[in-house]
Design a protein around this ligand. Structure first.
Ligand SMILES: NC(=O)c1ccc[n+]([C@@H]2O[C@H](COP(=O)([O-])OP(=O)(O)OC[C@H]3O[C@@H](n4cnc5c(N)ncnc54)[C@H](O)[C@@H]3O)[C@@H](O)[C@H]2O)c1
Length: 455
């Protein structure tokens, strides 16, 4: 079996597609949809970016730090973003409002999909079928029922799909994973994680250019299948605030928290999700909550016992905000931030002790004496334990970027026909509980999820 065939086989296994008789014959009957996407170990990678907004430009800044990668084309629906791309990347760039023109070009090997969430699945599937390698921004899909079609497109095509939750590639995540695997936490019982903010930009009130109009924006393409609506610059430039185009704070931010935790624990995801919250402060017309809390039950899996995970996003946090994840075990805790990880070890002594705030104090004198004698025999004085440092911190090196690292992972896989750290199944398994949290909140119900079958 060639590496390429083996890789596709592994992908099909990991996504359950080999076992699933769910594929329509039009899909299963198909061999390779596109012959392209082959890049040799020393070949230049010709890159295009579809969606040249905040993250599209951020992605390019990270991707183009890698040698042998050339930006050849860009696509966006707002004329100003196309002009900006020309300012930054030169007059030779091929620019269009129609992503299909990018996919039709045989000179393009790989595309970044950095559009709003409601376009992710369609463009990713079409790009894979057109023989491109794809870096799809998180969340992989906007709706739970869109996942399988993307995984099928990934499995039937040679192109490498990576999902853009860059913390999955981070050296901090890798260090944390090592510590967890070494057993430094004892038995995992709880993960608590949050991403809090309190600023207009943090709450997605992004700047709207003064020339925003139906002339400068392709509003019809933006709307996709969300129904007719007159041009609305707020909806176009602040799409995250609307369920039609975005995925709320869950799809935007929980997905990063799930991705990081799943990588550290090698977890496939939770089996039950419950969410609550509300729109408490940013009543600017948005239809998604700005305070959002979810509880997830993870069942026992090969790499972890059953545990609980609590997630929170709060856009009303006057306390300074920030993001942190804490893994709590029976022998310690591990705190992961954007720039460091800290392991704190605490093992309970074998002897429980008595006195203090204890029922021992309520015993009559004779019972106390009898108890003390029993305790001395039960827990003879032990020599003091030899203890190492009980707190250890690792910081990412100055200037380190997980975003650059993540693109490196994708480019290596493209050149060497390898696997990526965050393939479609991984990305979907992080997006799905986020979307399930939305379903729980809007449907006022607990959502059951099968993390193995992704159903
Ligand atoms: N990985 C991360 O840390 C990270 C950070 C920010 C955003 N993101 C993700 O990146 C994506 C984009 O977010 P953003 O902040 O850049 O939004 P944005 O609004 O700044 O940019 C989106 C761009 O996509 C364009 N667009 C919309 N539909 C299109 C289509 N059909 N074809 C071509 N272009 C189209 C818009 O014109 C806009 O310029 C989102 O999915 C978001 O979740 C990821």
């Amino acid at each position: 079996m060639s590496t390429r065939t083996r890789r596709r086989f592994l992908r099909q296994l990991s996504t359950g597609l080999l076992a699933a008789p769910l594929l329509p014959t039009s899909v299963t009957g198909k061999t390779l949809a596109a012959p392209g996407a082959h890049v040799g170990p020393n070949d230049r990678i010709n890159l295009a970016c579809i969606g040249l907004g905040i993250q599209g430009f951020n992605d390019l800044a990270a991707a183009l730090q890698h040698p042998g990668v050339k930006l050849v084309a860009g696509c966006d629906l707002y004329t100003g973003h196309l002009e900006r791309a020309r300012e930054l990347y030169g007059s030779e760039l091929f620019l269009t409002r129609d992503y299909r023109e990018i996919l039709a070009r045989p000179d393009i090997d790989a595309v970044i999909v950095a559009t709003p969430d409601h376009w992710h699945d369609t463009i990713t599937i079409e790009a894979l079928d057109a023989g491109k390698h794809v870096y799809c921004e998180k969340p992989l899909v906007q709706q739970l029922d869109e996942g399988r079609a993307v995984l099928e497109a990934e499995a039937r095509n040679p192109g490498i799909l990576i999902v853009g939750s860059q913390r999955v590639s981070s050296i901090l995540t890798e260090q944390a994973r090592e510590l967890y695997r070494r057993g430094d936490l004892g038995q995992l019982v709880l993960v608590e994680t949050f991403n809090d903010r309190f600023s207009a930009l943090g709450a997605w009130q992004y700047s709207i250019p003064r020339d925003a109009s139906p002339e400068t924006v392709d509003w019809d393409i933006f709307l996709k299948d969300t129904g007719d609506r007159p041009f609305d610059a707020e909806r176009f430039f602040r799409w995250r605030n609307y369920r039609d185009y975005g995925t709320g704070v869950a799809g935007d931010l929980f997905v990063h928290l799930f991705s990081g935790a799943h990588r550290i624990l090698d977890s496939l995801g939770p089996e039950r999700v419950y969410a609550t919250g509300g729109l408490r402060y940013w009543t600017d017309g948005r239809d998604v909550p700005d305070v959002f809390i979810a509880s997830c039950d993870y069942g026992e899996q090969e790499s972890h016992p059953a545990f609980n995970m609590q997630l929170r996003v709060n856009f009303v946090d006057g306390g300074g905000g920030g993001s942190r994840t804490r893994f709590v075990g029976t022998e310690g805790s591990l705190e992961v931030t954007g720039s460091s990880i800290t392991l704190r070890r605490k093992t309970l002594p074998a002897a429980p002790g008595y006195g203090g705030w204890d029922s021992y104090n309520t015993f009559p004198a004779a019972q106390r004496a009898e108890f003390e004698e029993w305790y001395g025999k039960e827990y003879p004085p032990a020599p003091p334990a030899v203890e190492g440092p009980n707190e250890w911190t690792y910081r990412a090196p100055e200037g380190y970027s997980d975003h650059v690292h993540h693109f490196g992972n994708w480019f290596d896989a493209i050149r060497n026909d390898g696997m990526v750290v965050e393939d479609g199944a991984f990305g979907f398994r992080a997006a799905a509980p986020s979307l399930a949290a939305n379903e729980s909140y809007f449907g006022r119900k607990v959502v059951e999820w099968d993390p193995l079958k992704m159903e």
